[in-house]
Design a binder for this molecule. Structure first.
Ligand SMILES: *Cc1c(COP(=O)(O)O)cnc(C)c1O
Length: 354
């Protein structure tokens, strides 16, 4: 039986502080109002004006020719790989990447590519790491076709790739004739934290997508951007996979709303994450990684309490955190206020040491 990861234990009270994930935000009343008023049409036929507005806006924001609205970020990754690569091709990506760990084995099941896992601290790798992964172009080696980067690096710790490092790795890919793809699930967190405009951050990439259901707080959807030719090809996969929609403008309106109202405020999430990290660092036996953005990872091995046990104890107090890569992850977002941070720190301290 495959389980849902964060079902609270029986007898747990309602969730009061949800640090489990930025995917669990609820649409705000103003976002819902924008959805109610959306002009809609048949997205699959290219007739939904709100989806068009979202795609035009995203193409402009990312400095790419075209964009496509999809139900999820996972589908963006799958479609980008299907469009750039053929079966048997190799994709180079960090060993902690979402495409390797969290997409249900899509590449074995659907795309047929193999992934070369690159090493490197905090979810990042260098141009030398990429060079070390270059295979000889012989009949023995799998053809290498694409380099993938995750901005921010989730399991790496919500780490922001510095722009110069992005340029260095995409330069190697370009020399090799590989496509470059950015999993930008939390791209806006990176742009706000680094003070870099999205189009500059993604300039070295042939394709990039942004998730609207993470810190941006929309209920559904992600947008994949690239050249007109790439998006044209990608549309065939969208149709094949059942990702073509109908009156999707209802959801695209929430995405447009989030671009207007929920980007700059990501700085608050980052400040809350830093405050949380400072509080957690005071707890005996806890090792905290300094957060770049809204993800706070901490190791509790020094307390002798298992991650699942901490999750259970906190859930009984209405507090949710997640376990990822052997550490605890606490994520700040739209529904986490500054006032909740000291309360969460106290609860975590008590759960570990009471
Ligand atoms: C969430 C996430 C995805 C997948 O996005 P969904 O919209 O949940 O399918 C891909 N990559 C990273 C880094 C993510 O955090």
């Amino acid at each position: 039986m495959v389980h849902a990861p964060n079902r609270p234990p029986a007898g747990a009270p309602p969730v009061r502080i949800n640090l489990y994930s930025d995917t669990q935000t609820r649409p705000t009343p103003a976002m819902k109002a924008a959805m109610m008023e959306a002009e809609v049409g048949d997205e699959q036929h290219g007739d939904d004006p709100t989806v068009h507005a979202l795609c035009d806006r995203m193409a402009e924001l990312m400095g790419k020719e075209a964009a496509m609205y999809l139900p999820s970020g996972t589908m963006c990754n799958v479609i980008a790989i299907l469009t750039h690569c053929k079966k048997g091709d190799e994709v180079l990506a960090h060993e902690t990447s979402h495409i390797l760990h969290s997409e249900g084995g899509t590449h074995a099941a659907l795309t047929g590519v193999q992934i070369m896992p690159l090493k490197g601290a905090r979810g990042l790798f260098t141009a030398d790491d990429v060079r070390a992964g270059i295979r000889p172009k012989t009949r023995y080696a799998p053809p290498q076709r694409m380099l993938e980067v995750e901005q921010t690096a989730n399991i790496g710790g919500g780490v922001v790739w510095p722009l110069a490092q992005l340029t260095a790795v995409t330069d190697v890919a370009r020399e090799q004739g590989w496509a470059t793809h950015m999993d930008g699930a939390r791209l806006m967190n990176a742009c706000v934290a680094a003070g870099v405009a999205p189009k500059d951050m993604v300039a070295g990439f042939d394709s990039v997508w942004l998730d609207f259901t993470k810190g941006l707080g929309a209920p559904l959807g992600a947008v994949l951007c690239g050249s007109s030719e790439f998006i044209g090809e990608a549309w065939r996969w969208k149709q094949r996979l059942g990702g073509s929609m109908r009156q999707a403008g209802i959801c695209a309106a929430a995405c447009l709303y989030s671009l207007d109202h929920h980007v700059d405020r990501l700085a608050e999430d980052h400040a809350n994450a830093k405050a949380l990290a400072r509080g957690l660092a005071q707890i005996e036996g806890v090792m905290v990684e300094e957060p770049d953005t809204n993800l706070v990872f901490f190791d509790i091995k020094g307390t002798g309490v298992a991650v699942e046990e901490l999750q259970r104890r906190l859930a009984l107090q209405g507090i949710m955190v997640s376990g990822l890569g052997g550490r605890v992850r606490a994520c700040t977002h739209l529904d986490v206020t500054a006032a909740m941070i000291p309360e969460a720190v106290t609860a975590i301290r008590d759960a570990l040491h009471a």
